[in-house]
Design a binder for this molecule. Structure first.
Ligand code: ATP
Ligand code: MG
Ligand code: MG
Ligand code: MG
Length: 439
């Protein structure tokens, strides 16, 4: 993409209403525009990152054997009357009447609807196990929408639902989700720690939240400092292997790590004092096992091998896709702007032309631009007629991992400059070498 043809409405001033760094940088980098409290347009740069995050979430769900579908944003109230949650959900639910006077709602989550799909089409244990998921917009009329996309009212969530014959199988699905979530966050350059949590209005006993440690996080967390040393890394996990998934669950959840809702001071005391940590965290996902709560209420049953009929065991599992943009920026930035991890960056590399209009410099930039595209990368070429300082400031703000700076002086010696956004280190090398390095 050439910057002169792109739509990147960068703001020079710090927006007054943005209290935390991720919100500030998302506005300044022209990623989002607020349309109403907690409701945002995703401008091209923000939309690009959102799509990359969504793609990683999809890939890791499919890898775990989970099946994508798409449910609508609007739901009939009657489904929620069946589970009893229409009245329970309270003011967070946005209720709407259509022209016939039928009561509808903008879905805050989809347990009821997925259970309805299941009961309409599945009737035998032979069709289990089954895990369906979608990535769809949700609406929750939050009391205090704030921090930009971190706590929006309309937000993008991945929500998955498992259907299993037995509790044991459903717990395997729970473990599978834990593993796939860990992989998902790590691919985004994030450490999200699973912590024992409270199940809230979803219901159920078993639940873990995934928290990214950050001072601006809304949750208070308590944990054993050693949990931050555990990484999934490149290991291959067989998602069908119950013992293997259970071992990962055990590894990641046996040390003390809880949110304030389930924090137990006495248990925490058992952690050696020098390892006891309390901090703030951002909830980027949550997994639940809630057994037959919805299947019983809504008649989602299957025929068993011996001809009986039982309600299925279920769980639901969410990732805050749009919130992740904020969480990643909170975890990865400096005072000049965002520092995107490679896995989610909107463009792989920036090209800065130091002397727009100079024939040789233009030609060198063009050839680097084309070489990067040919290598399958997505470069952003700053071809504006601007001062070098302004170009560098924009590149630093939008946080691309690499910048190739091209100017007449370097070209005279046959070199360009390659700069890493993360380390800030620059190196001179030939244009070909720079392209190779970025690949
Ligand atoms: P919170 O405690 O932050 O209100 P939640 O526990 O109500 O979140 P869940 O029902 O667990 O949310 O939804 C799954 C995920 O969706 C959360 O882990 C979070 O990452 C994301 N999420 C929830 N509410 C919002 C929101 N208002 N804006 C953006 N993302 C959200
Ligand atoms: Mg909430
Ligand atoms: Mg929560
Ligand atoms: Mg939650």
């Amino acid at each position: 993409m050439r910057l002169t043809r792109y739509f990147l409405p960068v703001l020079k001033e710090n927006p007054a209403d943005a209290q935390i760094v991720s919100h500030r940088y998302m506005l300044r980098a022209g990623m989002i525009k607020q349309q109403a409290a907690g409701i945002y347009s995703w401008l091209p740069l923000g939309y690009k990152v959102l799509k990359r995050i969504e793609q990683i979430v999809h890939e890791e769900q499919v890898r775990a054997g989970h099946i994508p579908l798409l449910m609508p944003t609007l739901q009939p109230a009657d489904l929620w009357r069946e589970s009893g949650r229409y009245d329970d959900y309270g003011q967070e639910m946005l209720r709407i009447k259509d022209r016939q006077g039928r009561e509808m709602l903008y879905g805050p989550t989809n347990e009821e609807m997925i259970t309805d799909i299941f009961r309409s089409h599945v009737g035998s244990y032979k069709d289990l196990p089954l895990t369906l998921y979608h990535i769809q917009w949700k609406f929750r009329d939050e009391v205090r929408p704030r921090f930009g996309v971190m706590r929006g009212r309309e937000f993008l969530m991945k929500d998955g639902y498992n259907f299993d014959l037995t509790k044991e199988d459903a717990l395997h699905a729970y473990n599978r989700h834990l593993v796939s979530y860990l992989r998902t966050y790590e691919r985004m350059g994030l450490q999200a720690i699973p912590m024992r949590a409270d199940s809230g209005p979803i219901g159920g006993d078993d639940t873990h939240e995934f928290l990214v440690l950050a001072e601006t996080g809304e949750s208070e967390v308590f944990y054993d400092g050693n949990v931050t040393d555990i990484k999934l890394g490149a290991r291959e996990i067989d998602y069908d292997n119950k013992a293997e998934c259970a071992a990962v669950m055990e590894e990641f959840t046996s040390l003390y790590a809880r949110t304030d809702e389930t924090h137990d001071a006495a248990l925490f005391e058992a952690v050696p004092e020098e390892r006891r940590r309390s901090a703030r965290g951002i909830e980027v996902g949550q997994i639940f096992y809630f057994g037959t709560k919805y299947s019983e209420a809504m008649g989602a049953t299957v025929v068993t091998p011996d001809g009986g009929r039982v309600p299925v065991h279920m769980g639901s599992h969410g990732i805050g896709v749009s919130r992740l943009l904020g969480a990643i920026i909170e975890a990865s930035h400096d005072d000049k702007g965002i520092i995107w991890p490679e896995g989610v960056t909107p463009f792989h590399c920036g090209i800065v032309n130091l002397k727009q209009g100079d024939e040789g410099t233009n030609a060198a930039c063009e050839s680097i631009y084309k070489a990067l595209q040919k290598a399958g990368l997505d470069p952003l070429y700053d071809d504006r007629d601007e001062r070098a300082g302004a170009k560098f400031a924009t590149m630093d703000l939008i946080g691309l991992p690499w910048r190739i700076t091209v100017g007449p002086r370097g070209l005279k010696n046959g070199v360009v400059e390659l700069t890493s956004r993360r380390t800030g280190e620059s190196e001179e090398m030939t244009a070909e070498a720079a392209v190779e390095r970025v690949k």
